[in-house]
Design a protein around this ligand. Structure first.
Ligand code: ZN
Length: 545
């Protein structure tokens, strides 16, 4: 590949690409992890004009390079511990879900007031229409049953109202298209410090007599239950961060390195440092990419090289560094490094190659190559535009006249032609059509006044998405091509699920009326008529601290 080709590919990839997996950067103190985060923020801004959110939990400061980006508004910083040393669990949990403090005292340091409320990246509004036709808008679902209608002054009975839920990006947070967490080791330590001051999980503590009193203060260590708890929480944080909506680059995490021996006890393993060493061997698996920053000796005596390892390697002392990336190894090198420097010859330029931006460009080259390969192999592939963005039961009159309140479409979240993402809240489950559901009931699940969902049913996360797409919905069920429906079920970025399995050979086309229903075989265990919500709008899980 000539460099000109590479430039073209990168430009094409930059237009199309996302970094669709999370990245963990490990390294000892001073190995340049935070500087690498800065290079990622530079890349995001350079390529997409978007800014980054930086969740800072370390005790020290951050390097000049990050400081300068903060100064220029390319990175926004939140110094997490200033929210309250005793609020570690809540602060870390909400931060991992993309929440941002409602008030920042100093944008340069990221300091916040104690206990400041945290604002979610997606806000949810409930538009409730009374039988008299009056619509009110609520922020909290539990308020739906509260109060009287301001128009007809009747007491509100939820079952007699129509409720439409609207999700939109929180203004002010919609600009943050990448989140960086610095770092996982600090979160774990903070958790343990917080736990050591509490009575929760302190059961063993009396037995080991671990309390030191000093004046008015008492100090304690941590017991195994607390360490285990902190480890579990750390994993949860990483999982949470994968569900933050509207990100161009999936979250970046840093961690210090730790050593442990493998299960046979023969080989020393280097991995991320968490509370205790129990997770060092496996925590890298929580991420799509696990990379390591290091300063290594150059070829000339006394010279040093800053290196970003992208692949697993065994160092001179025989320690195995568990690293990986998710891309085609043909387009991603073993490591990325800057030019060597020494005390006599200070570096002319830094982060020219020791850079996450460079790493992301390699990923995008690999992406673009994979796209080309599929295009060459399947020239008649149906293409992304063949995938329906909304699904229904496929019954001819199923298109719901969604009662859409007069609200502006959600910026950024909307799919083409859809007015924001709206779906009914607390609507009943679709009637199971497995045995002769009649077409006349098809509109009911969406618009009919609802009895409350039957107890034991999950929250209606999987209800049919009813983004109003007037141009498409009425026609879609009318002429489904047998080839197309099974394909269409494979939504992008969704892991394979039973509901997406298409029959190996589509059955011969039945008459239209039957065909509409037959197009969606329901494998055992999957409730018919349920559709995944649009992948781009994932609802943050309720905080469970
Ligand atoms: Zn009313």
């Amino acid at each position: 590949m000539t460099s000109n080709e590479a430039v073209n590919i990168v430009q094409a990839a930059d237009k199309a690409g996302h970094v669709n997996t999370s990245t963990l950067l490990i390294g000892v103190t001073g190995s340049g992890k935070t500087t690498l985060l800065a290079t990622a923020a530079e890349y995001l801004y350079e390529t997409y004009g978007a800014i980054s959110g930086y969740y800072f939990a370390d005790l020290g400061g951050y390097p000049d390079r990050m400081n300068a980006l903060i100064h220029h508004g390319i990175v926004r910083v939140f110094r997490m511990r200033t929210r309250g040393m005793d609020l570690s669990f809540e602060t870390a949990q909400l931060s991992s879900m993309g929440y941002w403090p409602a008030q920042v005292l100093d944008p340069m340091t990221g300091e916040v007031p104690y206990g400041v409320p945290m604002i979610p990246p997606v806000r949810r509004l409930y538009h409730q229409t009374c039988t008299c036709g009056h619509t009110r808008t609520l922020r909290v679902k539990s308020q739906l049953a509260v109060g009287n209608c301001p128009n007809c002054n009747q007491r509100i009975a939820v079952a007699a109202t129509k409720v439409v839920e609207e999700q939109s990006l929180t203004p002010g947070l919609d600009k943050i298209r990448m989140r960086m967490y610095d770092g996982l080791t600090s979160f774990s330590e903070w958790y343990l410090q917080d736990l050591s001051k509490r009575s929760e999980l302190a059961g063993e503590m009396g037995a080991i007599g671990g309390v030191v009193n000093s004046g008015d203060l008492s100090f304690r260590g941590n017991n195994r239950a607390q360490v285990g708890f902190a480890q579990t929480r750390a994993h949860e944080l990483v999982s949470n961060s994968l569900s933050i909506p509207h990100q161009i680059i999936m979250p970046l995490w840093t961690a210090l390195t730790d050593e442990t021996s493998d299960q046979g006890g023969r080989l020393t393993i280097v991995g991320p440092k968490l509370a205790g060493s129990a997770k060092t061997e496996i925590a890298g698996a929580w991420f799509g990419n696990t990379l390591e920053a290091a300063t290594v000796e150059g070829e000339k005596t006394g010279s040093k090289v800053r290196r970003l390892y992208l692949n697993e390697y065994i160092d001179a002392e025989g320690r195995r560094h568990i690293l990986k990336h998710r891309s085609d190894p043909r387009y991603v090198p073993e490591y990325l490094e800057d030019a060597p420097y020494s005390a006599g010859e200070p570096p002319q330029e830094i982060c020219t190659n020791f850079s996450l931006g460079v790493f992301f460009r390699h990923l995008q080259i690999a992406d673009a190559k994979a796209l080309e390969a599929v295009a060459a192999r399947f020239p008649n592939a149906p293409g992304l535009e063949s995938m329906p963005l909304t699904l229904d039961l496929g019954i001819a009159d199923a298109a719901p006249a969604a009662p859409s309140p007069q609200t502006a479409p959600a910026p950024g979240l909307k799919r083409p032609a859809a007015g924001g993402l709206k779906r009914p809240a607390a609507a009943p489950k679709s009637p199971a059509p497995a045995t002769g559901a009649s077409t006349t009931t098809s509109a009911a699940p969406v618009t009919a006044p609802a009895p409350a969902s039957s107890p034991g049913e999950a929250e209606p996360v999987q209800d049919t998405v009813t983004a109003a797409v007037p141009a498409e919905e009425p026609q879609a069920p009318a002429a489904p091509e047998p080839q197309e429906q099974p394909q269409a079920a494979a939504q992008p970025a969704e892991p394979a699920e039973p509901v997406q399995q298409a029959p190996a050979t589509p059955p011969p086309a039945p008459p239209p009326a039957q065909r509409a229903r037959a197009a969606w075989p329901s494998p055992p265990g999957v409730k018919p008529g349920t559709a995944r919500p649009l992948p781009a709008v994932r609802r943050p899980a309720a905080p469970t601290a």
